[in-house]
Design a protein around this ligand. Structure first.
Ligand code: C2E
Ligand code: MG
Ligand code: MG
Length: 430
């Protein structure tokens, strides 16, 4: 049988496996397929010693199996590529976790003699039911994502039909963002956070804005995931931190002591110098550490909980506050809260948005408020769009609120005007 026919038979087996799993697990229907190729394959095949190349490939395959959870499956295809099925994942964060583990193993792989082997992994990922409604399409889309990852010279790509992603897809994001940083195309907008008990502004969250000369406004929701796949996320976060802390220093000189929340990415935590960089920036701008809150999304934290716990611990020892963003969307078990060095939970806006009309969302928010109280975390509700929701959250015992009902994210000068004359506050007092 030639290699292509053999490959298609193997793909069919993978598809059948996914179909069978979906039939027997109708309640947890999320599956990810990772299509994995290794750019180093020609050299692996030529590894010295006759059959040694094939043995090496089989050993790598065995290592991949060890990285996966029990029940997940890796099929080594005849051409050396692999199809990996991750069963019953809760969300995209779990697929990202697997991707990071695979990349870590493959990028640090040594042969039996201890020599580092250049594997050059490229991964394309597709999710069921998000990207495909059946198993053959799922496998096909993982393959397309792999082709895209190879073409864009990215280590991995999630399949996406998203307009923003497609528009940005062929960019060299490193160069574009480097230029944007240099040419001042990036800005931070600040969204006030209101202490609900006394209606005072307790702080602001910094949110990135990119005004591209050709493409106009590009949302951080589109470009941050791309920046995360390249090293540019590190200088980008450094720029945000320094810009915010410089700003905080200026506000202090005006005797306006606000807190600043800055979003960071899980990829920042994997930078061994991150905590030190934050410490140096605080010193440089003379900002007391407790006035800085670093927000990290719950999904990102769960990607590598042990590692995150360590880095967040060092940040907290500096005195910086840690907040779990989009809380309630990413967890599989709440037990992680016991071990994580955390100060604040931010209730995800999807629960806050319908709090006035949806009793399930209200009861989720009640539960999160109770958790925050028991664990002694402070609590921010984000995405408050109606004043009635703000009042209800206050009654329910939520400390702090943020959302369009209070103010939209504002450029610095508009924020200064708003602080002088906060319209939402007046209504609230009335
Ligand atoms: P996030 O940190 O959860 O930020 C909240 C998002 O909700 C912001 O979107 C904000 O503009 C929006 N928002 C605030 N109030 C309301 C409201 O009442 N209703 C609705 N519908 N939306 C509201 P934005 O600015 O587009 O940012 C999207 C995400 O991009 C952020 O979610 C954050 O995860 C990420 N991001 C933004 N800036 C940065 C950054 O500097 N670094 C990193 N790593 N990520 C960032
Ligand atoms: Mg945030
Ligand atoms: Mg959020």
């Amino acid at each position: 049988m030639d290699i292509l026919a053999q490959r298609s038979r193997q793909e069919t087996q993978v598809i059948d496996g996914i179909d069978a799993w979906l039939k027997s697990h109708p309640d947890q229907p999320r599956v990810a397929v990772i299509s994995l190729a290794m750019l180093g394959m020609p050299r692996l095949r030529a590894h010295p010693g006759g059959l040694a190349g094939e043995t090496l490939i089989r050993n790598i395959h065995a290592r991949i199996q060890q990285v996966l959870r029990p029940g997940d499956h890796c099929e080594l295809l005849s051409d050396g590529e692999c199809l990996i099925s991750l069963y019953g994942i809760k969300n995209v964060g779990h697929a990202q976790l697997a991707v990071r583990r695979l990349l870590h193993e493959l990028n640090n792989y040594s042969d039996e003699a201890g020599y580092r082997v250049h594997t050059g992994p490229r991964l394309g990922i597709a999710l069921f039911p998000d990207n495909a409604s059946n198993a053959p399409t799922l496998v096909h889309k993982a393959g397309l994502a792999l082709d895209m990852a190879k073409a864009a010279d990215q280590e991995f790509l999630f399949y996406s039909q998203g307009h923003g992603q497609e528009k940005l897809f062929n960019w060299n994001i490193d160069q574009e963002l480097e230029r944007a940083l240099r040419d001042d195309e990036l800005q931070l907008h600040y969204q006030p956070q209101l202490s609900l008990a006394n209606q005072e502004v307790s702080g602001v969250e910094a949110l990135l804005r990119w005004q591209h000369p050709e493409h106009g406004h590009i949302s951080p929701a589109d470009f941050i995931p791309l920046a995360e796949r390249s090293r540019i996320i590190h200088p980008l976060t450094r720029w945000c931190l320094h810009t915010c802390l410089r700003q905080l220093g200026e506000w202090a000189s005006l005797d306006r002591h606000r807190n600043m929340s800055v979003n960071i990415s899980s990829y920042n935590l994997s930078d061994p110098g991150f905590a030190e960089m934050v410490g140096n920036a605080l010193q440089l701008w003379h900002v007391p550490a407790p006035r800085l809150t670093l927000e990290i999304t719950e999904g990102a934290l769960l990607e590598d909980l042990d590692y995150a716990t360590g880095v967040l611990g060092s940040l907290r020892r500096l005195g910086v506050r840690i907040s779990i963003d989009d809380f309630g969307t990413g967890y599989s078990s709440l037990s992680y809260l016991k071990h994580l060095p955390v100060d604040e939970l931010k209730i995800d806006q999807s629960f806050v948005r319908n709090i006035l009309n949806d009793r399930h969302d209200r009861s989720i928010v009640e539960t999160i408020i109770k958790i925050a109280r028991d664990f002694n975390f402070s609590l921010v509700a984000e995405g408050i769009e109606q004043e009635a929701a703000l009042l209800l959250l206050d009654e329910m015992g939520c400390h702090t609120g943020q959302g369009y009902a209070i103010a939209r994210p504002l450029p610095h000068s508009a924020l200064m005007n708003w602080l002088e004359n906060p319209p939402a506050l007046k209504q609230h007092h009335a």
